[in-house]
Design a protein around this ligand. Structure first.
Ligand SMILES: [Zn+2]
Length: 198
């Protein structure tokens, strides 16, 4: 069972992501860590702006298997499980398909420099060049997770993007994950606008 307050927090985050245009169609998926290695996650195929907490947030085990027969978790559940397994402080993971993340990730490497908002990720000042990892898209999520794993272990990034697909962000609560996603989306929008100025 998913506690009511966890399902409600994820539904609220989904609404806010929808208001910003980050989850078109049935895109995106949202999750939160539960006790005993379990994870609450959006079920497959629903609109993330209209999540019904009691129906659309389901529980899976640490390997991404639904705990209740007939429940089908998001297709990208394994990427969420991976972040919880690798990073114990992570308590929520949000994934969306914004225009900026989709377009910039196709164009090649993404490096943020000189942006004040980098401080939202714990950097002491704007004087850092921060790379946002871009991984090739793959419909085989297990294969994609295996490819990403050593890179995540080598260096914890501020988030990552999948080329032509979307962005993954995480935090120590659903609210914190949303803040970080918002900061990341702001950086991506700035970078897109900056390149369009050239
Ligand atoms: Zn996706």
């Amino acid at each position: 069972m998913v506690p009511q307050e966890v399902a409600a927090a994820l539904a609220e985050a989904g609404r806010r992501m929808d208001q910003r245009g980050w989850v078109p169609g049935s895109a995106g998926n949202l999750s939160a860590r539960l006790e005993n290695g379990r994870i609450a996650i959006t079920r497959s195929g629903i609109h993330k702006g209209r999540i019904v907490p009691a129906e659309d947030i389901i529980a899976v085990d640490a390997a991404g298997q639904a705990l209740k027969a007939g429940h089908r978790p998001s297709a990208e559940t394994l990427l969420h499980c991976q972040l919880y397994r690798l990073f114990p402080p992570v308590a929520a993971v949000l994934h969306g398909h914004s225009v900026a993340a989709t377009v910039l990730s196709i164009a090649g490497p993404i490096v943020f420099s000189q942006y004040e908002i980098l401080k939202a990720f714990g950097f002491a000042s704007h004087e850092h060049d921060i790379a946002l990892p871009v991984y090739g898209n793959d419909q085989d999520i297990a294969r994609l997770a295996a490819l990403i794993e050593p890179e995540l272990q080598a260096d914890t990034p501020i988030g990552y993007v999948i080329a032509g697909h979307g962005v993954y962000a995480w935090g120590s609560s659903v609210e914190h994950a949303f803040w970080r996603l918002e900061a990341l989306e702001f950086l991506l929008e700035c970078e897109l606008a900056r390149r369009q100025m050239r």
